[in-house]
Design a protein around this ligand. Structure first.
Ligand SMILES: Cc1cc2nc3c(=O)[nH]c(=O)nc-3n(C[C@H](O)[C@H](O)[C@H](O)COP(=O)(O)O)c2cc1C
Length: 366
């Protein structure tokens, strides 16, 4: 091609010890096709379709324990059966030269007792209940059971659940783990001041609210090594009623506090993604956090080819993660390279349980 110019999104990048060949990352995407919380063989094809030589993929959110679940058929990584089920999926991604991180997750109060062991009450930083949701982030309307505030002496066990999940992820062959500290789930229920109403040393001040997240990071780093750990944060979003009165201060505090662990990356969701999927106007930017964090920085939310390229040239991020576009375009990096047209995503099949439709049937180029 005579007019071929290598776009910045497709240039190599050293993500710690991982040599990436391009900057187009698969964002974590819950697909609700892991029946009974066990990853299924159809995920082998789904992830390997999206794998490229030197491309980074992040799994869908994956439960760290039997209290971590809040949706039908999301995968876990706390049992031997789940670890074994992940192995062929990881192997398939590695066979194509991909780098694969497992996003480890606890939903906290975004749950219902039907998803909990013995129908018990979901746990959280608080006992404040969530209102039911009827929006496009769900296949169905969701009702939540009012949560139970974790006792102070129970918190270290949840930290250990993340440690076990990380150890299991490495055993399954993953290259690393991404701690899910975003989108209103348990870690954010501690981080954000409009949710966390604790009066012990895990609530109140910014330092106290960040304690749980940082204890998890430290413990997971000690278990698997800093070069295998990333974290995802979304200080600006208000998904699942998780709001902070000063998201800039929260984001900056975390970015600076994370520096001492030397982790592989910080993955942040753009302020424009107020409700995960819906964009809004905002005066805020991730730039202060990008500047404060010393390691690799992944930005996510509302990116396409052009603003992704611009984010690279503006030094806004090192890598961009793509959710809906990668979901619908298994060969997204190739399409960006060729500036080819994109398949449109179909929201109706985001969370349906079919092993093929809306999952592995999005066409490749040509
Ligand atoms: C179907 C779907 C499932 C998602 N599941 C997760 C998830 O498991 N973990 C997570 O951190 N974010 C999840 N997200 C948010 C995406 O990772 C991403 O931040 C969001 O889609 C915005 O990026 P985009 O504009 O590139 O789609 C999900 C989004 C979608 C559309």
């Amino acid at each position: 091609m005579s007019d071929y110019i290598k776009i910045s999104l497709l240039t190599p990048y050293e993500l710690g010890k991982f040599n990436l060949s391009h900057r187009v990352v698969l964002a974590p995407l819950t697909r609700q096709r892991s029946y009974n919380n066990v990853p299924q063989p159809h995920a082998i094809l789904y992830y390997s379709q999206r794998a490229t030589e030197g491309g980074l993929l992040i799994t869908e959110a994956t439960g760290v324990s039997d209290t971590a679940q809040g949706y039908q058929d999301t995968p876990g990584i706390w049992t031997k059966e789940q670890v074994e089920a992940w192995k062929p999926i990881v192997d398939a991604v590695h066979a194509k030269g991909g780098i694969f991180f497992c996003q480890i997750w606890h939903v906290g109060r975004v749950s219902n007792s039907v998803f909990q062991p013995n129908g018990q009450t979901p746990i959280s930083s608080t006992d404040k209940p969530l209102k039911p949701v009827h929006n496009s982030s769900y296949a169905d309307a969701a009702e939540f059971t009012p949560p139970r505030r974790l006792r102070r002496d129970e918190i270290s066990q949840i930290v250990q659940d993340f440690v076990l999940a990380a150890r299991n992820a490495i055993e399954a062959g993953f290259d690393g783990v991404e701690i899910h500290g975003a989108n209103g789930y348990l870690i954010e229920q501690f981080l954000k001041d409009q949710v966390n109403d604790r009066t012990d040393d895990y609530g109140g001040s910014l330092e106290n609210r960040c304690r749980f997240a940082l204890e998890i990071v430290e413990a997971v780093v000690n278990e698997v090594g800093a070069d295998r750990v990333g974290i995802r944060l979304s200080p600006f979003t208000d998904f699942m009623e998780a709001v902070d009165s000063n998201p800039v201060a929260l984001g900056l505090y975390m970015a600076k506090a994370l520096n001492k662990f030397g982790i592989c990356y910080l993955h942040m969701i753009e302020p424009r993604m107020k409700m995960v999927l819906d964009k809004c106007e905002t005066p805020h930017s991730l730039q202060p956090m990008r500047n404060a964090f010393k390691g690799s920085f992944i930005a996510s939310g509302g990116y396409g080819r052009e603003n992704g390229i611009k984010a690279m040239s503006d030094n806004h991020a090192d890598l961009i993660s793509y959710g809906r576009l990668f979901l619908a375009n298994p060969d997204l990096p190739k399409r960006f390279e060729l500036n080819a047209p994109l398949n449109k995503y179909d929201r109706k099949t985001f969370y349906t349980s079919d092993p093929v439709i809306g999952y592995v049937d999005y066409p490749f180029l040509e």
